[in-house]
Ligand binder design. Structure first.
Ligand SMILES: [Zn+2]
Length: 309
């Protein structure tokens, strides 16, 4: 579960910022090179779903982790499996975040992540094609694409474990992997310069809204990219509040944002299956994110190494 609470009317300031950000440039969009292969991302989603339900701490979760690590190594990323024990309402569970490191000219890192666990249900066979599957598949294709080019910043492609609550979403029963990682990085003074989290971005009816508590400039950089590419039909202006794996980093003072399509009727039901997920949606999000990165890197460069906001 990722929705902590939701206020349709929230984020008026962000909405105003988005509205004043400049003219819609759909007609003037640059020619679209294929920069992200949505079909390849979907094939990864299919492999993950084929494993079956993948709740944190399960053998199937370990299988998903093995697949992710192998695919990251295949594209040349250095892989770190960061194991930890989490105290949950179901007792202590072994979890692990997986990090694909793509070194850049700078050691400073931009973290792009999402969760790979699926929500545990007692009675429902929940395979999480969109919720847990789409983020995993998307990030593997993104890693392939980012590994191919020269990089100014170091990229951490992070697959968070234990995003889902075991029972009811609370501060202690949710976001196990991202809370763990943000805490550890803060403690050792190694926080990234920016964090972008994706979740449920494979819905074939793609409607992504700005997350109202996220860092405004970072969100706007992505929505500006969507406008340049003519994807306003999928990147809507109306903000919402959603707690997800970006939240522990926001609380640690790191600029962070979330891309999520929460307009998804099969959410946390047995109907969150592969037929709900489309290569096209994954492709759109991939293009938008990749197109946004130069502006994000420029902004980080301008704000200097010591400034986190
Ligand atoms: Zn969920």
């Amino acid at each position: 579960m990722t929705l902590a609470w939701r206020r349709r009317a929230a984020g008026a300031a962000l909405l105003a910022a988005l509205a004043s950000a400049g003219p819609v440039a759909a007609a003037a969009a640059e020619p679209r090179a294929v920069v992200f292969d949505g079909a390849a991302a979907l094939r990864h989603v299919e492999r993950l779903v084929a494993i079956g339900p993948r709740p944190a701490g399960s053998p199937a979760s370990g299988q998903a982790r093995k697949y992710i690590a192998e695919e990251l190594r295949r594209v040349g990323a250095r892989v770190e499996v960061q194991s930890f024990d989490a105290e949950t309402p179901h007792g202590r569970l072994a979890m692990a975040n997986v990090v694909g490191v793509l070194p850049g000219r700078r050691a400073e890192a931009i973290l792009i992540g999402g969760h790979y666990d699926t929500k545990w249900f007692r009675d429902v066979r929940f395979v999480g094609a969109n919720d847990g599957g789409s983020s995993g598949g998307f990030l593997l294709e993104l890693a392939r694409r980012l590994a191919a080019g020269p990089r100014e910043y170091t990229y951490w492609i992070v697959f968070f474990d234990g995003e889902e609550a075991r029972e009811t979403w609370t501060a202690r029963d949710s976001l196990y992997g991202s809370r763990r990682m943000a805490g550890e990085l803060q403690r050792t003074n190694r926080l990234p310069r920016a964090v972008i989290v994706v979740d449920m971005i494979g819905d074939r009816h793609l409607n992504i809204r700005p997350e109202a508590l996220s860092t405004a400039w970072l969100t706007e950089a992505i929505w500006a990219s969507a406008r340049r590419l003519g994807y306003q039909a999928h990147f809507l202006p109306d903000p919402q509040v959603v707690e997800d794996d970006h939240a522990p980093f926001l609380r640690a003072g790191v600029p962070a944002t979330l891309l999520i399509d929460f307009d998804y009727p099969p959410w946390h039901t047995a109907d969150d299956t592969l037929d709900q997920v489309s290569a096209r949606s994954l492709q759109i999000v991939g293009e938008v994110l990749l197109q946004a990165l130069p502006a994000i890197e420029e902004r980080l460069g301008a704000s200097g190494g010591g400034t986190r906001r």
